[in-house]
Design a protein around this ligand. Structure first.
Ligand code: B16
Ligand code: MG
Length: 220
């Protein structure tokens, strides 16, 4: 038996595949400034805030002379491109197996929440028809520190009124796995083993995943 009472989901890369839209937009920005951004470098942008991501992108391009205002213009431009893509999303963009797994959790009386660094989480949830589905939604608009800081997941546990020790987080980013652990929670990685090696368990996707996935956490 496990003592999991609540399940917190990262949004980008876990519920929907918006991680690719973030990458395309950052790559476009980098290309406009005269350098490239590889898919490997993009891994470091996952789970962290827009401005922290921009700083990493600029560092890759060795651009270190920009004012705060100029950085704001770049971040806004990237976000506009990103939004063009997310505004086209529909419930069909929910990743395979996610809907079914969420239904199983609800039927088994687990509380469910979103814990995302994104300020666009509200738009995405609305587009995919999940605006009122979760018991709590904590996103980039509600936090001061992004992952790997535990704030986003602590706030979610707090809103759910569940002890962090009884929460498990699903994450696609190394920074998110670290954030969950920093919050005293278990973390299940969704994706590749080499990126998520610190997770307590790893799944490649939600196809055929059910509540027995928590049994993998018992040994930790
Ligand atoms: P925005 P998550 C994160 O969302 C993304 O992984 C990360 O790549 C992005 O920079 C961050 O949100 C901020 O997003 O620009 O939309 O506010 O994975 O924590 O759901
Ligand atoms: Mg993510």
């Amino acid at each position: 038996m496990n003592n999991i009472e609540a399940v917190i989901f990262d949004l980008d890369g876990v519920i929907v595949d918006t991680a690719i839209f973030h990458y395309q937009a950052w790559k476009r920005l980098a290309n406009e400034m005269g350098f490239d951004l590889t898919i490997h470098q993009n891994e470091h942008l996952k789970g962290i805030s827009r401005f922290e991501s921009l700083d990493i992108v600029l560092e890759i391009g060795k651009i270190n002379h920009l004012t705060k205002k100029e950085k704001e213009v770049l971040a806004t431009r990237k976000n506009e491109w990103y939004k063009e893509n997310i505004l086209k999303m529909t419930p069909n963009d929910i990743l395979p197996g996610v809907k079914m797994f969420l239904q199983k959790l609800k039927s088994a009386n687990y509380k469910i929440a979103i814990g995302s660094s994104s300020k666009n989480a509200g738009i995405i949830l609305e587009r995919i028809g999940y605006q009122n589905y979760f018991d709590a939604v904590v996103d980039g608009n509600k936090i001061a520190f992004s992952k790997p800081d535990p704030e986003v997941f602590m706030k979610a546990a707090n809103e759910l009124k569940v002890n962090p020790r009884n929460c498990v987080v699903f994450e696609d980013a190394a920074a998110g796995i670290e954030a969950a652990h920093n919050a005293g929670m278990k973390a299940i990685g969704v994706g590749e083993h080499d990126v998520l090696c610190k997770a307590d368990a790893i799944i490649s996707d939600f196809k055929n995943v059910d509540i027995s996935v928590f049994n993998k956490l018992i040994k930790y």
